[in-house]
Design a protein around this ligand. Structure first.
Ligand code: CDP
Length: 263
């Protein structure tokens, strides 16, 4: 848990049985659940539960730019607002956006831009609001993943989805998808995101120490984990349309049966 102060972090992050403190294997992701179309007032939206992280993303656009001076005559602008709720972490977070939230908003924006056709929407803006309700490590990765899903849900033309995950090093062992305590007490943290249309990493941050070999291995581990998470994103999008199809078929059937009864 993230309730500890630095001096109280556990000395060991791997248990005697070789598993991680939350019982996971080295390469195991935390449980991930995603859903789209969760905020009716937004043009597109999505929700993700990734371990203990709970995050909403809402997308609006293309629409008029406010303030007007931010508009660009030759292309649309993408604005990302990552915010952590005051109650989302153990120590109360100040409600006003801090430096960390501004930095994360910026890197998520830079990550999402390559997949959008902003040049087709001059003078307009796309806004992505990300609200972290509960945080436990890896919120920038979960936020990037859920924001891409919300953009797709809005029907905004995209070159592809984007998926993100953090690889890390704890007790000299490379592990996939760091939890909050592994992020804080571990030796290294490497959040990364991939744009699937060109298979390129559009986010690569690094904090800590690892060898060049471990770095290369981390990217390989990330790629495999990202493919799994991408599958979950696709399923979440498909589920929306399967539900719509079922509703249409159901109401067609009801109309037909009503007709039969009248005859
Ligand atoms: O969430 P992410 O790993 O992308 O970013 P971080 O800055 O490395 O933060 C790691 C974790 O620290 C977050 O996910 C939160 O659980 C926790 N945190 C916190 O407890 N209080 C804050 N003001 C910021 C982060």
């Amino acid at each position: 848990m993230t309730l500890l102060i630095k001096d109280e972090y556990p000395k060991k992050l791997l248990r005697e049985d070789g598993k991680r403190l939350d019982g996971r294997e080295y390469l195991e992701l935390r449980p991930i659940k995603m859903e789209v179309d969760v905020i009716k007032n937004a043009d597109g939206s999505a929700y993700i539960e990734w371990g203990n992280n709970k995050i909403y993303a809402a997308v609006y656009g293309p629409r008029e730019v406010h303030p007007h001076h931010l508009a660009k005559p030759d292309r649309g602008v993408l604005r990302v607002f990552y915010r952590m709720a005051t109650f989302s972490v153990f120590e109360r977070k100040r409600p006003a956006p801090g430096r960390r939230e501004k930095e994360i908003s910026m890197i998520i924006g830079e990550c999402l831009e390559p997949v959008l056709f902003l040049e087709l929407y001059p003078g307009t803006s796309f806004e992505v609001y990300i609200q972290v309700i509960d945080a436990d490590g890896g919120t920038r990765c979960a936020s990037t993943t859920v924001a891409a899903l919300a953009l797709a849900d809005a029907g905004i033309p995209m070159r592809s989805l984007i998926t993100a995950v953090a690889i890390g090093k704890i007790d000299d062992q490379l592990v996939v998808d760091l939890s909050g305590i592994e992020d804080k007490a571990g030796q290294a943290d490497l959040p990364c995101a991939i744009t699937w249309f060109n298979n390129e990493f559009s986010l690569l941050q690094f904090d800590g120490v690892m060898s060049v070999e471990e770095y290369h291995k981390s990217l390989e581990l990330a790629y495999n984990a990202l493919k799994t998470i991408y599958g979950l994103q696709e399923q979440a999008l498909k589920r929306k349309y399967i539900n719509i199809q079922e509703r249409v078929l159901h109401s067609q059937k009801a109309v037909e049966e009503g007709g039969d009864n009248q005859a």
